[in-house]
Write a protein that binds this ligand. Structure first.
Ligand code: 6LW
Length: 516
């Protein structure tokens, strides 16, 4: 029964900490979003393979109060469940904000409720289940107690008891992301251990009661990619679900490191799917492998289209897209008003989308005649690179900027004033040994105007990867402004997971480009 072999993640690009629920033959998936708004994207599928982003649980800033929550804090791992006609998403806003909150909706595409705070849940990765008597049980991770549990009243948010230690895990570090399931005569407790990096693993325990005592699976961890050369690493943080043919599958996070050494993952943690076999009453997830042709995607957002910002995939940092961007119907352009905040600020004027493929090109036509801004790729406040335009007299001055843990380098080029097309080109390295020493993807920052095209900078993507930036998110590529009014005609994304042949150096077209 191989229902799940795919060539790519089911939610590509930064979609960590997945949770899934099956309702009347339809699957709904949610993911964490840390400092970005809207938060908690909801994807829908009828076959576990093809997914559509139908909305977001958090669309109003006050639902989570991210205001000054520092990176990597924010909206961490959620759980989605369904009961008596109501969808529930429980989550912890970590390192500040509202703490543990439960959101509800009857339509998973929204709107969702303002959220009920559960003050007794002083930990992360909350799970929601119901006991046989209908009492709601929240199971969550709280260092150093590992996994804790508390019964709550979902009408008032009040705890019905003192939180109880539940399970210490199988012995690996950092037991977290617990999920409770009823199956046959057992309750199963699934967890992640080993931390979200290369040692990530899935473990499981079972008991006749949701309170334990818990018997760990003799073959824990039941899944880990640690020490393997599998294309998907860091596999863990899973949620079990029934497949369309009555089997079982696991939805989990992983990363796709590029290059010969498989050391650097530009996209961050993504969502994958694998089949689960039941052996002696224990779930045994199969390794996460990739199969089938490489995914591709083309998407052009023309801002003359009044619906260009309706797509639920637009995200901003600690503010909603509507708070940083507007469409000007008269000019057919997207407008960003800079407020002095730069890309290193907590709340930049930045509107972006997740990079979803290992090779991608993003272009945008910008007019910075009366402002300063452009196109940037962001991992967090300290890890980003950008193409920035300002106007000086009859010239458009384009500056490529690369920021790394407080270090910044710039490259400049001058083009005729007016609209400039900016391009960020990202190429995964081939797997041949010659690409080994780069290790990360290859980044080119280009600008063009009035028939001239300039390559301002070429960067080694290992320094802007999940492992190096060590941010819980991934690469988000977007439009930004720091001063004045900056307007954009469009945002075009072209991505592929096609592995390039051996790195045969620059193409003929590339050789003809001016280098700043
Ligand atoms: C998530 C937790 C984790 O809540 O990181 O590393 C948090 N593990 O499971 C954010 O992704």
């Amino acid at each position: 029964m191989t229902t799940t072999q795919r060539s790519s993640p089911i939610a590509a690009g930064f979609h960590p900490d997945p949770s899934v629920v099956l309702v009347d033959g339809v699957y709904y998936l949610v993911n964490s979003t840390m400092e970005y708004l809207p938060a908690l994207p909801v994807h829908r599928s009828t076959d576990l393979l093809e997914w559509t982003h139908i909305g977001n649980v958090v669309t109003r800033p006050e639902q989570v109060d991210l205001g000054d929550v520092p990176t990597p804090g924010g909206v961490w791992a959620p759980t989605i469940r369904y009961r008596d006609g109501v969808f529930y998403v429980i989550v912890t806003v970590a390192l500040g904000g509202r703490g543990c909150v439960v959101f509800t909706a009857t339509d998973p595409s929204g709107p969702w409720s303002d959220g009920l705070s559960l003050r007794a849940v002083d930990g992360i990765d909350p799970d929601l289940a119901w006991d046989d008597d209908g009492t709601a049980i929240v199971t969550y991770a709280r260092y150093p107690h590992a996994i804790q549990q508390v019964r709550v009243d979902l009408a008032t948010g009040e705890a019905l008891e003192q939180p109880r230690p539940l399970w210490v895990g199988s012995g690996l570090s950092t037991p977290e992301s617990p999920h409770l399931y009823r199956r046959g005569g057992y309750w199963y407790l699934l967890a992640a251990e080993g931390g979200t990096e290369r040692g990530h693993a899935v473990t499981v325990a079972r008991s006749s009661s949701p309170e334990g005592p818990w018997e760990g699976c003799p073959s824990n961890p039941v899944l880990t990619a640690a020490g393997t050369r599998r294309p998907v690493q860091n596999t863990g943080h899973g949620d079990l679900v029934e497949t369309p043919d009555g089997g079982t599958a696991l939805i989990l996070l992983g990363v796709r490191p590029v290059g010969f050494t498989q050391a650097f993952s530009p996209l961050g943690r993504e969502t994958f799917l694998t089949d689960v076999d039941w052996v002696d009453g224990w779930p045994r997830p199969r390794p996460v492998l990739l199969a089938g042709g490489p995914a591709r995607q083309e998407a052009v957002f023309d801002f003359a289209d009044p619906a260009a910002l309706d797509d639920p995939g637009w995200i901003a940092v600690r503010r909603t897209p509507a708070e940083v961007a507007s469409l000007d119907g008269a000019t057919g352009r997207l407008c960003l008003a800079g407020d002095g905040a730069g890309l290193d600020a907590r709340r930049p004027v930045f509107l972006g989308r997740r990079q979803r493929h290992l090779s991608a090109t993003v272009t945008a036509r910008v007019d910075a005649t009366v402002g300063v801004g452009g196109l940037a790729a962001r991992h967090d406040e300290r890890h980003w690179f950008a193409l920035e335009v300002r106007t000086e007299g009859s010239a458009a001055v384009v500056t490529a900027r690369a920021a790394l843990s407080g270090f910044e380098r710039t490259w400049e080029a001058t083009l005729p004033a007016g609209e400039v097309e900016l391009a960020i080109e990202l190429r995964q390295p081939s797997r041949d040994i010659r690409a080994m020493w780069t290790g990360g993807d290859h980044i080119r920052l280009c600008a063009a105007a009035s028939g001239r095209r300039v390559v301002l900078a070429e960067l080694d993507g290992r320094y802007w990867s999940f492992e190096t930036a060590n941010s819980f998110t991934g690469r988000v590529i977007g439009l930004y402004a720091t001063e004045g009014m900056v307007t954009f005609a469009d945002y075009a994304y072209s991505g592929t997971d096609q592995l390039p042949d051996a790195d045969d150096g620059p193409s003929a077209a590339e050789r003809s480009e001016e280098v700043a």
